[in-house]
Design a protein around this ligand. Structure first.
Ligand SMILES: *Cc1c(COP(=O)(O)O)cnc(C)c1O
Length: 223
């Protein structure tokens, strides 16, 4: 087994039932993805449209590509024909554009709302209050070509693991609240995308169902 394959099997064998690994392959070459694929990994995460386009064209067609980065509305059309999940939906305008492009392809694209819980200031992601308001407003119900499957977040970039835990906990509490509230009649609202290389063990104790792990598997990003 190669290093990549050892890491994949170590991570996946430690995951509770129902939790899936998104192997984050951004900035790593196709050969690294092929190694992971040979070990049985099928879900890969990318965060740049051009790079994803290139990889999707040349790699096996049964790979599930998850788009995990910030997505510009004018680029949705490129990935709409094949993307399996869009993790970081950070505006209703983006959700509407995904709906429109998915409709053109006759698809329904699973999406997650990006929640902002970290301390760092960022222009991306919704506050918990904004998520509650959107869930209640119900605009998402009218979009027939997107399926809101849950929430995604990133914790603060810190060594303070209690801080990280508190942020994942906050995200999970909001998820449970929405699931019992506005999404009570939406059984597909079941995904919690949190946890990266350095903090996924904590994320697993706070409800994560999708961990997004890159450097632990593939090493430091090479280009
Ligand atoms: C790059 C990235 C990851 C993976 O980070 P690692 O620290 O390499 O595991 C996870 N999520 C998002 C949104 C990313 O951009």
């Amino acid at each position: 087994m190669t290093h990549i394959q050892e890491e994949i099997s170590a991570i996946t064998s430690s995951l509770p039932q129902g939790v899936r690994l998104v192997a984050v392959s951004k900035f790593h070459p196709e050969g690294s993805i092929e190694e992971a694929y040979a070990a049985g990994q099928r879900i890969f995460g990318e965060s740049h449209v051009q790079e994803l386009q290139r990889k999707q064209a040349s790699l096996p067609k049964d790979i599930e590509w998850h788009f995990i980065g910030h997505l510009q509305t004018n680029k949705v059309k490129y990935i709409a024909p094949y993307v399996s999940m869009i993790h970081a939906v950070d505006s209703m305008k983006l959700l509407q554009e995904i709906d429109k492009q998915a409709a053109k392809c006759g698809r329904v694209i699973p999406c997650l709302w990006e929640l902002h819980v970290a301390r760092e200031a960022t222009k991306y992601g919704f506050t918990p209050e904004e998520c509650r308001a959107m869930a209640e407003a119900g605009e998402w119900r009218k979009l027939e070509h997107v399926r809101l499957c849950g929430l995604m977040c990133m914790a603060s970039n810190t060594d303070d693991m209690e801080q990280v835990r508190a942020e994942f906990h906050q995200a999970y509490q909001l998820f449970l609240e929405l699931k019992a509230g506005a999404f009570a009649d939406a059984p597909y609202f079941k995904e919690c995308s949190w946890g990266m290389s350095h903090d996924y063990p904590i994320a697993l104790t706070e409800g994560s169902t999708l961990i997004r792990v890159g450097s632990k598997i593939f090493g430091e990003r090479v280009y």
